[in-house]
Design a protein around this ligand. Structure first.
Ligand SMILES: Nc1ncnc2c1ncn2[C@@H]1O[C@H](COP(=O)(O)OP(=O)(O)OP(=O)(O)O)[C@@H](O)[C@H]1O
Length: 374
């Protein structure tokens, strides 16, 4: 798939923008703070209805204005799809083919994007919450059912935590209701864990291949999903459900004491190892970078396998972070198959010959100028 056109109105520092992109590589050149990342963010928001940089949608609306509009024309194997997203102070409206979608989960999944920014090293180095967010954002794009289960899970988790606090303060003694909430949480939690395990297995397979090539067969990458649910129960949703249910009833007293839900997919993690050693703890900076790059490149293939189409790739200032070999690998992997947007202060030091006929834009104070002579 590729994004043919993008129009922005009052999004970040873009008052009005109308731009036509190449289906290959689009380079966004410019000084600091001109709007390069804002443009990548706009594409991400158009895809997922939320930003990868902030949880606060209000920050996305141009200062002194009250709403932002993003429109895109998407090309897929089956045709052209107009997408529209309006961000207001009180909420958002999403349209596909000019029809408003009742649920955002029906909207997400049309435009699939993968973003790779220097902060993505935190997938390897950062806190478990970063990796959970990574799984949820990526898998949510591939599976509307995953997104639905996740939003149900979050709603029930909030209710259950509130109720655990009430029990803790002895404002209630009714553990029957807690049982009902535990049962619902276990049902959605089991679906989420099962899908994560399935998709991680596939992602691992792709990532191992990429990693082997980058490291010239020196390093073997492996994933490990970390959960309190015993591995014997990982075979089916039903087994996971039973296991979670049993664990919630066993931990009931402890959870009431702490006033919060102590197990489930919101507490799980993902570990990466290279040659049997945890990369987060023992990996060099270079190994951590290679792992992050392998995972990102693997996502491109996984998304193709799951959805039938290559996603759009957003590379935020990553080329300068990669050494020549990794840069070459990345550019070769995307060549002629993935529409790519890359931001960079300058193309000096970038292996230009690996970027075929790029469309180069100069970004300056919230406007774009296409450069001819590249
Ligand atoms: N809601 C907003 N309304 C108006 N302007 C905004 C808004 N949010 C951010 N900006 C402006 O956008 C600019 C930052 O743009 P962006 O983050 O895209 O930088 P960049 O071009 O990627 O630069 P760098 O290379 O430094 O990351 C800043 O000038 C900031 O003041």
């Amino acid at each position: 798939m590729y994004l043919e056109k993008l129009s922005l109105h009052d999004f970040r520092n873009y008052a009005d923008l109308d731009v036509q992109f190449s289906r290959g590589v689009n380079v966004l050149l410019g000084q600091n703070a001109q709007g390069k990342t804002n443009l990548l963010e706009a594409i991400y928001v158009l895809a997922l209805t939320r930003s990868h940089r902030t949880a606060n949608d209000k920050e996305l609306i141009r200062w002194q204005t009250s709403s932002a509009t993003l429109r895109g024309r998407l090309h897929t194997a089956t045709g052209t799809v107009p997408l529209e997203l309006e961000l207001g102070r009180r909420g958002k409206k999403a349209k596909v083919n000019h029809l408003e979608q009742a649920k955002l989960s029906q909207y997400v999944g049309h435009l699939n994007v993968i973003v790779f920014a220097p902060e993505d090293l935190s997938i390897v180095k950062g806190a478990p919450s970063v990796r959970r967010r990574f799984m949820d954002m990526e898998f949510g794009q591939m599976s509307p059912k995953y997104l639905y289960n996740l939003s149900q899970y979050r709603t029930i988790l909030k209710q259950r935590n509130n109720y655990l606090r009430q029990l803790n303060r002895q404002q209630s003694k009714d553990t029957v209701f807690l049982g009902v909430l535990s049962d619902q949480l276990a049902a959605f939690g089991a679906e989420i864990i099962y899908k994560r395990l399935q998709l991680l297995k596939q992602l691992e397979k792709w990532a191992q291949g990429v990693h082997q090539v980058i490291t010239q067969d020196q390093e073997q990458l492996a994933f490990h999903y970390v959960t309190q649910v015993p591995e014997t129960a990982h075979e089916s949703v039903e087994q996971l459900y039973q296991a979670l249910q049993t664990m919630y009833s066993k931990q009931q007293a402890k959870e009431i004491f702490q006033g919060t839900t102590l197990l489930g997919p919101h507490r799980d993690d993902l570990q990466f190892s290279v040659n049997g050693k945890n990369v987060q703890t023992y990996g060099s900076q270079g190994q951590q970078r290679t792992t992050a790059l392998s995972v990102k490149l693997a996502e491109i293939d996984l998304m193709k396998a799951e959805t039938g189409e290559y996603p759009v790739l957003l590379l935020d200032d990553v080329l300068s972070e990669l050494d020549a070999a990794r840069q070459t690998h990345l550019l070769k992997a995307i060549q002629d198959k993935v529409q790519t947007f890359l931001t960079t202060p300058s193309l000096d030091g970038v292996a230009r010959q690996l970027i075929h006929a790029p469309k180069v834009f100069e970004v300056s104070q919230g406007s774009l100028h296409e450069e001819e002579s590249h």
